[in-house]
Each structure stands twice: as structure tokens, then as C-alpha cells.
Design a protein around this ligand. Structure first.
Ligand SMILES: *[C@@H]1O[C@H](CO)[C@@H](O)[C@H](O)[C@H]1NC(C)=O
Ligand SMILES: *[C@@H]1O[C@H](CO)[C@@H](O)[C@H](O)[C@H]1NC(C)=O
Ligand SMILES: *[C@@H]1O[C@H](CO)[C@@H](O)[C@H](O)[C@H]1NC(C)=O
Length: 454
């Protein structure tokens, strides 16, 4: 049966060129141009999150967030090397790893089906697919602990899509289609052995929008994956995702939206939450930097320097350039917690910051906390600001976005070392900036903001 044949793809080039063709051809939606809405983003370490784990200590959370940042970077790396190098079968499998098992920080809530039910899923600028955990069909692998978020048989507007339906080819390499009339099934295996299988489907979506009088906005039918068999190899409670990159199946592509923005508060801040704005509600303001061209999977930007106070950190030439094979570079990402810098840049930053800060220094309680200062939060004012210079604008980090308190009176740099060539700007370092993505202008904008008051 097709469902059981993993990665039966014949030609990775076909997959990639399909995506390119589809991008220009697909016009999924007939939604009005002025559509706009906002959603609340809930950090998974917030007590408001459905995934909040009460028994974790704050240090557990910091460690888990760092582990997620590194594993997400490795995931990006494997996608990049898979699309640039086709030499081994393992690498071919990576390209399909869209349903990232161990990623994502912020969930958004929306409703789906008729009658509509409320669901939560990860908001992910580093993937394209929308998917939700559905009840399992053949439960041999599925852990009983995986919560079901969507029951297709209870929605009158749900339809599974067949292999010849619009959009099934964009599912790409993960499809297990053998004939056009069969339902469009996908089957994805991760490097760590996790597997998820599902049916490409369509149903009605609506987003919450507190700015509207009826509190929600119908966006019509969207295509998504209904995952009906999942076995995670890692500790994971992810049960759905909303991809926000520029590939054809992402939320913004399906809605034909050319702008979105977000404003993230410091996690654990009680009360007010982070928000994401789409379409006509998106705000593009402040300094801008262009996205690098020719890249639809991730949002690459150009970093020209890192500063500590007024001094430029001495970085090797071209340390954030991409190689000819596509490795390296600098990606802005909503789903990575802590900024990760490739080693050459990381070494230079911690050396410069350590030398410029008149506070007692210590190594952290775990190896990846390489630079920590002793003192109170107020003492951190003695440390110069860390800032990133992009091509065209600058992001200056607040102290709360630079350090994390791992023990009482011990503040560690919340930027971690990448063991790859790739670097990412994580969401902790984007806190209290209104970050706007404009896909027509091909820019990302940064405006300092008190996100808690939005
Ligand atoms: C919650 O955290 C505790 C402590 O780290 C851990 O033992 C437990 O497995 C976690 N529960 C879930 C559902 O992840
Ligand atoms: C799963 O969680 C436990 C307890 O939190 C942890 O010790 C273990 O390393 C985790 N496993 C993986 C693969 O991350
Ligand atoms: C890095 O990229 C910049 C901008 O494209 C270019 O000017 C520079 O020469 C590159 N440096 C190296 C070492 O490749």
C-alpha cells in the first residue's frame, strides 16, 4: 500500500522544479486584497500555552530552549544540504522534513471545520506546510499520549484531496501517490527516526481577531495535512504547525498575503501576549534590510557586523556569506529561541563582550553557556549593548534579550554557538521589536516597540 512506502520519490530535481513552477502558477485563493487579521502568539513556556509543563524549572526551560535552537539549526542545515547536494539517499530524505518534530516556540490559535473547532499550532517562518494531528488510522506506532486536535469526520466541510488535485504536487517528495485518483497521502521520516503520515486535505479556516466585532475572520478553505499516524522519537508535544515561508503551501502563500509582522514580548511575561499581524494589519516600519534573493525556504538577510558598545567585533571576512553550495548565511527565524552564531563569529563576540564588561565572569552550569556575568540585573548596565548591523539597519539588543538568569545572580549570554556554518537570529533577540516581513518589497523591517502594550 502506498502509505507504507516511505520516500518513494523518483526525482528530487522534479520536486524542486515543481515548487518553482508552482510558485508562479498557484493562485489558491480568491480572498479580498484588503483582508487582514491578527493572532495572539503564545510562547510554549508561558502558562497560557496548552503545552506548558508545570513541572519544569526555569533552568529546565532555558536548557530545553537551547536544545531546540540547536536542533532547529541542524534541521535547517539538513534541508539546505539536501537541496544542494543530491549524492546520498539520506540527504534526499531530509528535504521532506517539513513537519519539524522539535521546533517552534510560539503557537497561534485558529479554528477549522464546520462547525468550527478551536486548535493550536506552531507558527513557523522556517517551513511551508500547515498540518494538524488527526486521529490515527493504523495506530501501531502512534503514542497514546499524542493529543488529537482535529477530527475530520466531525466537520461537514472537510475533504481529503486526491493525487491529481490542485496543490498535491506541491507536497512534493513526501507524497506517496501512485495513481491520480487515490487520496494525496504524505509520509515523512526524520533523521532521528520520527515518522508522520497523513492525508493532504482541505477545510474552512477562521482566525481569531480581537479587533473585529465578531472576534474572528473567515479566510475560506485552506489546504493542510491531516496527520493520522505519528511516532515522535524525541520528547515532543507538537501537534500542528502553520508554515509561514514563501513556498506555495504556506499560510501566507495560500492566502496570497504579501505582508506579515509580529511583536514578541519577553516570554513568561504574564498577562499580555505576543501578536502576529497579517495582510492589511501587518506593520512594516522602522529600519529595513533586504531578503537575499532566490530563496523561498528561509528568510536570509545580510549581516555586515556585530558591535559591542561602539566597537565593532572583529569578524572574519564574509563570515555570514553563503557558500556556493548554499551553506552558511544568516537567517531570521520566528521559531528559533536563541540566536545561534557560527563559531568564528561566536568566539569573537564573547571575547569582545567579556573584555568590555567590568563584571566577574564565570562559565555557566552547562557547557553551552560560555559567557556569564555575576551580579544583579541592574549591574548588567555596566555591560555595553550588543547590536547586529544588517545591510541597511541595526538591531540593538536590550539586556533582557542579551542575557538569561540561570541561577540567582548569574546572567549568561543568550546567544549560542552554532556548530554549522549557518547562523540564525532567534526570537529572544527579536523581542520588543516590531518585525515586519514585506514580500513585495523583499525586506524585513525592525522598529523598537513595547510589545506588551500592543
Ligand atoms: C515535564 O517536565 C518534567 C521535568 O523536566 C519531565 O519529567 C516530564 O516528562 C515533562 N512532561 C512532559 C509532558 O513533557
Ligand atoms: C527527553 O526528556 C528527558 C527528561 O526531560 C531527557 O532526559 C531526555 O534527554 C529527553 N530525550 C531527548 C531525545 O531529548
Ligand atoms: C561576502 O559577501 C559580500 C556581499 O555579497 C561581498 O562583498 C564579499 O566580498 C563577500 N566576502 C567573501 C569573503 O566572500
Amino acid at each position: 500500500m502506498a502509505i507504507t512506502s516511505l520516500f518513494n520519490f523518483s526525482n528530487i530535481f522534479l520536486f524542486l522544479s515543481n515548487l518553482l513552477i508552482l510558485r508562479s502558477r498557484i493562485a489558491f485563493s480568491s480572498i479580498a486584497h484588503d483582508l487582514g487579521f491578527s493572532v495572539r502568539l503564545i510562547h510554549q513556556d508561558s502558562p497560557l500555552s496548552p503545552f506548558y509543563n508545570h513541572s519544569m524549572t526555569s533552568f529546565d526551560r532555558i536548557q530545553a530552549a537551547a536544545r531546540r535552537s540547536i536542533s532547529r539549526l541542524n534541521h535547517f542545515h539538513s534541508l539546505i544540504t539536501a537541496s544542494s547536494s543530491l549524492s546520498t539517499s539520506t540527504r534526499r530524505e531530509d528535504i521532506a522534513s517539513r513537519l519539524i518534530p522539535d521546533s517552534g516556540e510560539y503557537t497561534m490559535s485558529f479554528s477549522i471545520g464546520s462547525p468550527p473547532i478551536q486548535v493550536h499550532a506552531i507558527a513557523d517562518t522556517g517551513s511551508d506546510f500547515i498540518w494538524l494531528q488527526c486521529p490515527c488510522k493504523s495506530c501501531s506506532h502512534q503514542s497514546t499520549e499524542i493529543p488529537i486536535v482535529f477530527e475530520p469526520s466531525e466537520s461537514s466541510s472537510y475533504r481529503s484531496l486526491s493525487c491529481d488535485s490542485f496543490g498535491c504536487d506541491a507536497v512534493g517528495a513526501a507524497r506517496t501517490c501512485t495513481n491520480p485518483y487515490q487520496s494525496c497521502e504524505y509520509s515523512i521520516t526524520y533523521l532521528d527516526g520520527s515518522i508522520t503520515k497523513g492525508t493532504f486535505s482541505v477545510d474552512k479556516f477562521a482566525f481569531e481577531d480581537p479587533r473585529r466585532s465578531n472576534n474572528h475572520v473567515d479566510v475560506g478553505s485552506l489546504r493542510f495535512g491531516c496527520s493520522h499516524e505519528t511516532s515522535w522519537h524525541v520528547n515532543s508535544t507538537y501537534i500542528g504547525a502553520v508554515g509561514l515561508n514563501r513556498l506555495p503551501l504556506s499560510l501566507i502563500s495560500q492566502l496570497n498575503m504579501r505582508k506579515f509582522s509580529y511583536c514578541m514580548v519577553i516570554p513568561n511575561d504574564q498577562g499580555s501576549g505576543s501578536k502576529m499581524y497579517f495582510g492589511s494589519q501587518a506593520v512594516i516600519s522602522g529600519g529595513r534590510t533586504p531578503f537575499l534573493e532566490g530563496e523561498d525556504w528561509f528568510y536570509y538577510v545580510t549581516v555586515v557586523g556585530i558591535s559591542v558598545g561602539d566597537g565593532r567585533v572583529p569578524l572574519p571576512d564574509g563570515v555570514f556569506n553563503r557558500t556556493d553550495s548554499g551553506e552558511g548565511g544568516f537567517v531570521i527565524d520566528s521559531g528559533t529561541t536563541y540566536t545561534t552564531l557560527r563559531s568564528e563569529a561566536y568566539d569573537a563576540l564573547i571575547k569582545a563582550l567579556g573584555e568590555a564588561t567590568p563584571l566577574p565572569q564565570r562559565k555557566g552550569p552547562v557547557y553551552w553557556l560560555e559567557l556569564c556575568f555575576e551580579g544583579s540585573f541592574e549591574d548588567l548596565d555596566l555591560a555595553p549593548d550588543v547590536s547586529f548591523q544588517f545591510d541597511g539597519t541595526e538591531v540593538i539588543l536590550m539586556k533582557q534579550s542579551t542575557y538569561v538568569e540561570v541561577q540567582e545572580g548569574l546572567w549568561c549570554l543568550s546567544i549560542v554557538r552554532s556548530d554549522r556554518l549557518l547562523s540564525t537570529l532567534g526570537n529572544v533577540q527579536q523581542q520588543n521589536y516590531l518585525v515586519g516581513y514585506d514580500l513585495d518589497e523583499e525586506v524585513v523591517s525592525f522598529a523598537p516597540a513595547d510589545c506588551a502594550t500592543f
